[in-house]
Every structure is written in structure tokens, then in C-alpha cells.
Design a protein around this ligand. Structure first.
Ligand code: RIB
Length: 325
């Protein structure tokens, strides 16, 4: 079972031919309100890939909160711990998607930022009954550190997706079983250049030496690289597809990886579980397919595929292969 403690947002999405420059006005094509938030997206991705998943999050006592609460309770059946907080708005994200499917996102955290160390402590039983705890950085850092500490005390496998990019306390690295930065997050965490593949490997090794057990660095259209048990490095190419919207592609990847790690742990003790290179590769290959499907669809949560779609990927890929490049 997976628990995700993280953000819930209403995404306010505008599609436009191109994003405006500072001081410029452009005409957009379309506007939609779509369920998002890195935490909720990753939890939905894991659940749709077949993992028993509990989403823990917070919304405001407002109309966005009402509609999201209803939607997420259906998505997770009885596996959602979502609180309504008075006096703060539901988190929102203003998202501009251009004709190439690239996005620009501004988040206003609202209720997501009301988590405290104390409120996380009350979630100890929820964390303790999980095999995997999946976290991002859209809730307060103190809440993230507290969640990692409880998971370590309770022998739960931890995955941290350090997004949006922020520095981490040096003592946090030893609490992370799997860290999943993208290239710019890797640069921020290490203070090193990450523009080339050798630089990415070097920077990833720095984080491995800081105590993270395994790493996956996501590299957008270049795929991903992993460092697993024993320091083995492996590269995984991305699939070439016609992307309409890359929003939540990373969330899809993380949720799918968490799902596969959870499956690998079935019947094994969570304590001290470190996936082998083969096991981590298996999880990454599955997640690479899931996120390739997600970028061909508009929006965050509506784009996240179900397990049967990922399993039928090879056949699907033949009909969706990128014909523009
Ligand atoms: O990763 C994509 C997500 O980032 C969006 O759904 C938005 O809500 C922000 O949290």
C-alpha cells in the first residue's frame, strides 16, 4: 500500500499559441479547470496503475475544495484523508500551455501550506500501515521532514520527488530510499552543472554519497537515468510521441514508479528494502511508458493512464509514434 502526503490544487489552465512576454497581451485559445497538485496527481497515477493508495491532503472550505473533495473521494474509494481547512483557500495553479505542449506554472499553495509537524504526527498510523510513502515539496518542508522521519521509524520505504525545486537539509538524505529529481532540481540540490549526461551522472553520484539509497533523474525527452544499489548507473531513453501537454508527466512517472516498487515489495519486509538494478529498471520501464501516454493528453489528472493502457503500450505506441520529428 502507498500513502501520498502532498498537495491538492485546482489547475486553471489556459492554452495559447505562445506565452506572452513581460508587458505583452496575447489571445488564448481555451480555458479549463482541471484537478491537479503534485501530491494528488502522483496518488491518482499510482492508484490508476493498480496500487492500493491513500491520498492525504488539505483543501480550503470553498467551492474548489468541495468539487475536488468529491472527485478525489471517488478516485480513491475509501483511501483518502482529505481535510477541509477554514480560513484559507484551496490551492490553485495557473498554467499556461503553449502550442508545443510546454507549460509554465504558478502555484498559490493555500490549504496545502497548513500542514505542520504536529498534524503529520497524527498521521503516524496511516504512514505506519503503508509499504511506500511518496512525497513532493508542495507542502511545508517541516512537514516533509517529519513524514520522512516517521516513515524511517516505522520501516516504510520513502520516495521523495523534490519538486518544485528547493534545497534539502543535509540530514534528510539518509531518510530517502529513492530520490527522483529532474535535471534542474538535481542542479539546485547539488550546486553543480547538469547540462550534459556526464555532469548529470556526477551530480547524481553526489546525492548518492549524501546517503540516498537509489536515484532516478528524469531528463524529459532524453528519458531518465538511475543509480541503484552498488552505484550501478543506467540510462533509459524516452519514447517519441506527439506531446500536447507535458503537465503532470513527472507526476505520472513518480506515481507509476511508486506503484511498481510497492508491487516488488509484496511479501517482503519493508525494512531495509533496496531495489536491485533489475528491479529498479523494471519500475522505470513501466513508468516511462505511463508518462509517454500522459503527455499525449491534456491536463494533469485526466491525462493519467490506467494500468491496462500501460500494459497495452507497445501496440498503442505504434499508432502514436511522433511523426513531426
Ligand atoms: O506537476 C504538475 C502540477 O504542478 C500541476 O497539476 C499543478 O497543480 C502543480 O502542482
Amino acid at each position: 500500500m502507498i500513502t501520498v502526503i502532498g498537495s491538492i490544487n485546482m489547475d486553471l489552465v489556459v492554452t495559447t499559441k505562445r506565452a506572452p512576454e513581460a508587458g505583452e497581451t496575447v489571445l488564448g485559445n481555451d480555458f479549463q479547470q482541471i484537478f491537479g497538485g503534485k501530491g494528488a496527481n502522483q496518488a491518482v497515477a499510482a492508484a490508476r496503475c493498480g496500487a492500493k493508495t491513500t491520498m492525504v491532503g488539505r483543501v480550503g472550505n470553498d467551492s474548489f475544495g468541495d468539487v475536488i473533495l468529491k472527485g478525489l473521494r471517488q478516485e480513491f474509494a475509501d483511501g483518502a484523508v482529505i481535510e477541509k481547512i477554514d480560513g484559507v483557500p484551496t490551492g490553485i495553479a495557473v498554467i499556461l500551455v503553449d502550442a508545443k505542449g510546454q507549460n509554465r506554472i504558478t502555484v498559490v499553495s493555500g490549504a496545502n501550506h497548513t500542514f505542520t509537524e504536529e498534524s503529520i504526527e497524527t498521521l503516524r498510523p496511516v504512514i505506519a500501515q503503508s509499504r511506500v510513502l511518496l512525497l513532493q515539496l508542495e507542502i511545508p518542508m517541516d512537514a516533509v521532514y517529519k513524514s520522512l522521519s516517521i516513515a524511517r521509524e516505522e520501516g516504510v520505504f520513502t520516495i521523495l520527488n523534490p519538486a518544485p525545486a528547493q534545497g534539502l537539509r543535509s540530514d534528510a538524505y539518509g531518510l530517502i530510499d529513492l530520490l527522483t529529481p529532474n535535471e534542474s532540481e538535481l542542479a539546485l540540490l547539488t550546486g553543480l552543472p547538469t547540462g550534459t549526461y556526464p555532469q548529470q551522472i556526477e551530480a547524481a553520484r553526489v546525492l548518492h554519497r549524501r546517503g540516498v539509497k537509489s536515484l532516478i533523474v528524469t531528463l524529459g525527452s532524453y528519458g531518465s537515468l538511475s543509480i541503484s544499489r552498488g552505484g550501478d548507473i543506467k540510462h533509459f531513453p524516452a519514447y517519441r510521441v506527439n506531446a500536447v501537454d507535458t503537465t503532470a508527466a513527472g507526476d505520472c512517472f513518480n506515481g507509476a514508479v511508486a506503484c511498481e516498487i510497492d508491487r516488488l515489495m509484496t511479501g517482503r519486509s519493508s525494512d531495509a528494502f533496496i531495489p536491485t538494478t533489475t528491479e529498479l529498471s523494471q519500475a522505470i520501464e513501466f513508468a516511462t511508458k505511463a508518462s509517454a501516454i500522459s503527455v499525449t493528453r491534456m491536463g494533469a489528472q485526466p491525462s493519467l493512464p490506467y494500468r491496462n493502457e500501460v500494459e497495452a503500450f507497445d501496440e498503442w505506441y505504434c499508432s502514436h509514434v511522433d511523426t513531426d520529428s
